[in-house]
Design a protein around this ligand. Structure first.
Ligand code: GAP
Length: 457
């Protein structure tokens, strides 16, 4: 099928070019885990930086957090995860394979061996562990299945140390773990992943207004990372499908190559969590309004973003095979060879792991290499995200940079040595222009920031 083909190509590129490797690969892999390589971590960090900038740094009502992954088991009892965070599981009576019941069309027949499937059971998705040397029930802990609870349990700490007035929020980026029955679709459903979450506390009467505010902000964030807007769709989650804590949820779905699937969630969690933690811990988690002299439990709006699903959306959206590459051309000018497709990642400059690559035209001419190194160092000192490449002919180097989404490439040739001019090439159009080397870093930054268009270099 077409989409499987596309996903295979993307997964292969991600591995070949050092974005994503299979978890524990040399031992045969660990299902539902993936490792981010050098380019992957750079892209992922760029996504997280943009999120933190929009939702924490650019606001005066948001408090950043980084809570521990391990928490007391009472946290998960109060949140409802111990009793209710489960998926329906069925086991084949013949081959003993296990499946998520709600993913099966025929709930009686094993999709692998045709055997009879057993009765549906609830399978709790939390990874259980023991803290310390004791292995008794009191030492039980869980790897957190959502970052959210780390914020609810610190609500009082933030109130007592910063004395914020409602509305205000807490924001956190961190790992979450779910023992998914059926991890699938590359980074989409994994057992270890990262979330970027906000718990935004409001008075009960203003939840609708703030819900709408974050609805717009979710869309704005998708623009920050350059996602195609037409591939994102809102879904009003029905009463039956909402999580136990939510009175209203909108899912933001994305058109992945394997179908329209959940990217983010926006939920109105009411006072469910603060109430449960107040009751379970015996601590007063209420808020006192100085103006109205009222004491009440704050309500919560929760925009929740998966980092890995964002990464996958960005990667699949950016993946392009350029038909232009089919026309015969010389690869000396950076075009693919005749009959080949040009593969490139059309990443926005904000998220691209490498923004600029610098090449000497020929690797065996020391004067060219020295000048190219000089230019490279200037960009590197400015803040990294720059590559130096003198390997193979220039056409091959362009193709390598295109494949990882490098936005601009700068070539140093013999004319550079005479008048300091360089050739700059644009990834998306493959257009090359000869420009003066004066203030090159500033002009490159302006084009990358979208302040100037490529043609106005
Ligand atoms: N605190 C709310 C919460 O955790 P969720 O809808 O279960 O809600 C939020 O998860 C987001 O976390 C999802 O929209 C998705 O982006 C990401 N996510 C959830 N499960 C995931 C998994 N198994 N693999 C990768 N990302 C996942």
């Amino acid at each position: 099928m077409q989409h499987e083909n596309t996903m295979e190509k993307i997964i292969s590129l991600a591995k070949r070019r050092g974005f994503i490797f299979q978890g524990s690969e040399i031992y045969g892999g660990l299902a539902g885990t993936w490792d981010y390589g050098p380019l992957g971590v750079a892209l992922k960090n760029n996504i997280k930086k943009l999120w933190w900038k929009r939702f924490v740094e650019a606001r005066s009502d948001m408090y950043g957090m980084d809570a521990a992954i391990l928490m007391r088991q009472e946290v998960w009892q109060a949140s409802g995860h111990v009793s209710g965070f489960s998926d329906p599981l069925v086991e084949c009576t013949k081959c003993k394979r296990r499946f998520r019941a709600d993913h099966l069309e025929d709930k009686k027949k094993c999709p692998e061996c045709g055997g009879l499937l057993g009765d549906e059971k609830q399978f709790n998705m939390m990874f259980k562990t023991h803290v310390g040397a004791a292995e008794d029930a009191s030492a039980i802990s869980y790897l957190r299945p959502e970052t959210a609870q780390g914020m609810f349990v610190n609500f009082k700490n933030v109130l007592d140390t910063f004395h914020p007035k409602l509305p205000f929020g807490m924001a956190q980026i961190g790992k979450a773990f779910r023992n998914e029955i059926a991890p699938r679709d590359f980074l989409f459903r994994t057992r270890e992943f990262e979330q970027m979450e906000i718990e935004y506390f409001v008075t009960p009467g203003e939840w609708k207004e703030k819900f709408e505010h974050f609805r717009t902000e979710v869309w704005n964030f998708t623009k920050d990372i350059g996602l195609s807007q037409e591939k994102i769709h809102e879904l009003e989650v029905s009463d039956a499908d909402r999580a136990h804590y939510s009175k209203r949820t909108i899912d933001f779905e994305f058109d992945y190559p394997f179908g329209k699937k959940e990217l983010y969630g926006l939920a109105y969690r009411t006072d469910f969590d603060l109430k449960s933690h107040s009751e379970k811990s015996g601590q007063d988690l209420s808020y006192f309004d100085e103006t109205t002299k009222e004491r009440f439990l704050a309500h919560c709006i929760e925009p929740s973003f998966g980092v890995d699903r964002t990464f996958l959306a960005v990667l699949t959206d950016a993946y392009h095979e350029d038909e232009l590459g089919l026309k015969p051309s010389s690869n000396e000018d950076g075009s693919p060879e005749a009959g080949e497709k040009r593969v490139y990642l059309k990443l926005s400059p904000e998220v691209a792991p490498i923004k600029v690559a610098v090449f000497p035209l020929l690797k065996n001419k020391p004067t060219l290499v020295e000048k190219a190194r000089e230019v490279f160092e200037v960009f590197r000192k400015q803040g990294g995200a720059v590559a130096f490449d003198d390997n193979g002919n220039i056409g091959k180097r362009y193709r390598r940079q295109d494949e990882i989404g490098t936005v601009l490439t700068i070539t140093i040739d013999f004319q550079t040595l005479e008048d300091n001019s360089v050739t700059v090439r644009d990834r998306d159009t493959m257009k090359q222009i000869r420009v003066s080397g004066e203030n090159l870093e500033r002009r490159v930054s302006e084009v990358l920031a979208g302040v100037k268009i490529f043609d106005s270099f």
